[in-house]
Design a protein around this ligand. Structure first.
Ligand SMILES: *Cc1c(COP(=O)(O)O)cnc(C)c1O
Length: 402
């Protein structure tokens, strides 16, 4: 497996392409993918990369080339996946809250579909009856995930059809002759404990006898990744072992040979990415020394949106004496990347590296404050390639009528 990208390399890339800059390391994605496939090697498992984490088409192509499938959360992501060259039987569309016309488009494209409401399920059954196998997203009423904003399976969540509405699903199957091939759950993100997935399976097992044509159990994504020293990743080997036991020990599942699907996003691409930004201002405001960079919540919103932790390093001054800094952006809004961090002495002009910026980093970037979105660079096979140009003035005016 390939080496980590060194800070010296990152600094070279920052000098070559300027900042702010997203840098991704392709082989790191493959390394994460191999962890999954090797742990689940003797279980009939398929992984669908949740592409909403990072949709640059070069990343999608790489994911396709290493053999991973793709999960989409909008019809446009389905179209991007097709453009990236994924065969349609390797594309899954797990929708929520969408207009039925998008589901019709997905059927036209012949991709796998998971439906998340009784309303769309009814429309689906009426239009396609038994002609198009489909999955349903079940809300298992399990609370899990890093925080409430990324918990999706609890009993107050908008996602899925609540498990207690089973009789209504059954009624629709009867009246419209639906062909249900998949039961899907996605309980949330940053789930470290394998038992949460086991609990999810147990909820689904209760439902199995009601779906005679069931082939696939889809457990969604949400595996945790480490953000700081001492953090642990979801133990994938333990997870595979527990899931295998759960299937083998359960009378409804044992011998049925269900296919198991997962939709990892963060697990595959979080650690592959770093955001590099240049220090614009260092100022001592009394109680706090602030270092501001030429970036902000417009480029990496996770700290402000989810209180997410991103490790921050000063890659320009690795030998500098450690001091305490609060790192902010340049946006007219509080945009703290990290408070009271021990960082090698920061000087104006230094390059800071923000770790775990591959997932939900660029993807959530905006032009807020009329700033340009960063460029993106991919390092693959030791070669560095620009995969998105930095915005220019025309990009800010694109689509404005002047
Ligand atoms: C976002 C999402 C995922 C991926 O979640 P991660 O925490 O990035 O692994 C998987 N499935 C569905 C349906 C999602 O919405």
């Amino acid at each position: 497996m390939h080496e980590q990208i060194s800070n010296e390399q990152l600094l070279e890339v920052a000098n070559k392409f300027s900042t702010p800059l997203y840098v991704y390391h392709a082989e790191k994605i493959n390394q994460q993918y191999q962890k999954l496939t090797s742990a689940f090697a003797d279980i009939n498992t398929t992984f669908f990369y949740a592409s909403k984490a990072l949709t640059n088409i070069n990343i999608l192509k790489y994911i396709k080339d290493i053999g991973c499938n793709v999960d989409c959360s909008s019809i446009n992501e389905v179209k991007l996946a097709i453009l990236a060259g994924f065969p349609v039987d390797r594309i899954l569309y797990t929708s929520n809250g969408i207009d039925f016309s998008e589901i019709e488009e997905a059927v036209e494209a012949r991709v796998h579909i998971n439906i998340d409401s009784l309303s769309n399920l009814e429309k689906f059954g009426k239009k396609f009856g038994h002609s198009y196998p489909v999955g349903i997203r079940i809300r298992p009423n399990i609370m899990a995930g890093g925080n409430l904003k990324i918990a999706t399976g609890h009993d107050g969540s908008k996602f899925g059809i609540p498990v207690d509405q089973l009789s209504k699903i059954e009624q629709l199957i009867k009246t419209t002759n639906l062909y249900i091939k998949t039961l899907h759950i996605h309980t949330g993100s940053d789930i470290k404990d394998p038992d949460v997935f086991v609990k999810g399976i147990e909820v689904l097992f209760e439902l199995i006898p009601h779906f005679p044509e069931l082939e696939i159990i889809d457990l969604g994504g949400g595996f945790k990744v480490p953000y700081k020293a001492g953090d642990e990743e979801t133990d994938i080997i333990m997870l595979a072992k527990k899931i295998k036991e759960t299937f083998e020990n359960h009378p409804v599942a044992n011998g049925k040979n269900f296919k198991l699907w997962f939709e990892p996003g963060k697990f595959l691409v979080s650690a592959c990415g770093n955001l590099l930004a240049r220090v614009t201002v260092v100022k001592d405001n009394g109680n706090t020394v602030f270092a501001a960079v030429n970036s902000g919540l417009n480029h990496l919103i996770r700290p402000m949106m989810y209180d997410a932790y991103h490790h921050i390093e000063n890659i320009s001054n690795p030998a500098g004496v450690k001091k305490v800094y609060t790192i902010t952006g340049n946006i007219c809004e509080t945009d703290t990347f990290g408070s009271d961090r021990d960082i090698n002495e920061i000087r104006e002009g230094d390059i800071l590296s923000f770790h775990n910026a591959g997932a939900y980093g660029f993807e959530m970037a905006s032009n807020y404050n009329s700033r340009f979105k960063p460029a993106e660079v991919l390092i693959k096979d030791g070669k560095t390639q620009l995969i998105r140009k930095r915005d220019e003035m025309e990009d800010l005016l694109r689509n404005q009528v002047i």
